[in-house]
Design a protein around this ligand. Structure first.
Ligand code: SAM
Length: 270
């Protein structure tokens, strides 16, 4: 079902695009409105070779979560989780270990509404509506307290969400705050828009996002690596998402596509 006009959740203004719904559109989902598709199409018009960027990123998410569940992590907090789509974090984790607890956190009310409906039958999962800029709100939410024991290792996912913080919001300090709350053995799994030197399209993409969504910052490889300061990087470090522990040969087209927009990596607190 593609919603054309009618709001799916009371109180949502379908004329105003949202990050979660634009991303859903780019992933091939159906929970988006004309205003969201217009933004997605404007981005794709600037960089037509990025149609695979969101699906490649989702495959990266799945590989990362499977890796974490495979080494024994059983608690996952997915900050800025987005709308539930195919291959969500709980599905990737439960495919490896059904005992995993997964808490989704997003500030968009549509994520809460759809997530709760989809996860109603999954007792080891919860959806929390909170702003991840307030870690206290996140960790004190009932769904979080029910499922996550902060005295044990947790995998903290910050995938394609930190780039929705402006420089004035000091994203480094926020990531450090979360790191300070991690018990040793915990992981940070983070991806971010990459500002590639010399790519003149980046400024145009950033301008469209800022104008239509009010957020979206591309940062350099060095700036992205800095989020992991003081932690032990998991091989191969911060790389193009297609190149992060691929399980099959990477198609040359996918490599080029994913290089354009997003870098990601994972590190452990020791
Ligand atoms: C591009 S989507 C990424 C979804 C998912 N993490 C992934 O990588 O597939 C970014 C999500 O972050 C959410 N988000 C942005 N700023 C947020 C904030 N301050 N607090 C909580 N969620 C936020 C948006 O609503 C959106 O659903």
């Amino acid at each position: 079902m593609t919603h054309q006009d009618a709001p799916a959740v009371a109180g949502i203004d379908v004329a105003v695009p949202s990050v979660a719904r634009v991303y859903d559109y780019l992933l091939g989902g159906k929970d988006n409105f004309a205003s969201d598709r217009e933004v997605g199409d404007r981005l794709l018009a600037i960089a037509p070779d990025t149609t695979r960027t969101a699906p490649i990123h989702r495959e990266f998410l799945v590989r990362g979560v499977r890796y974490l569940a495979g080494i024994g992590v059983t608690q996952f907090v997915d900050l800025g989780s987005g709308l539930p789509t195919a291959d969500n974090t709980h599905q990737a984790a439960h495919a490896v270990d059904p005992r995993c607890s997964v808490v989704y956190v997003d500030h968009d009310p549509i994520v809460l509404a759809h997530g709760r409906a989809i996860l109603a039958d999954h007792p080891r999962t919860a959806v929390v509506q909170a702003d991840f800029r307030s870690p206290d709100d996140v960790v004190s939410a009932p769904g979080f307290e029910r499922l996550i024991d902060l005295s044990k290792p947790v995998a903290w996912l910050m995938l394609s969400v930190v780039h929705h913080l402006g420089d004035e919001e000091n994203p480094n300090a926020l990531v450090e705050e979360y790191k300070s709350r991690m018990t040793p053995g915990s992981h940070l799994f983070l991806s971010h828009f990459l500002r590639r030197p010399g790519d003149e399209r980046i400024d145009r993409l950033e301008a469209v996002m800022q104008e239509s969504l009010g957020s979206g910052r591309f940062r350099t490889q060095d700036e992205i690596e800095k989020y992991f300061d003081g932690m032990e990087m998991v091989h191969p470090g911060v790389v193009s998402t297609a190149l992060w522990r691929p399980t099959a040969p990477v198609a040359p087209g996918d490599l080029e596509t994913s290089h354009i927009l997003i870098s990601g990596g994972m590190a452990q607190k020791t």
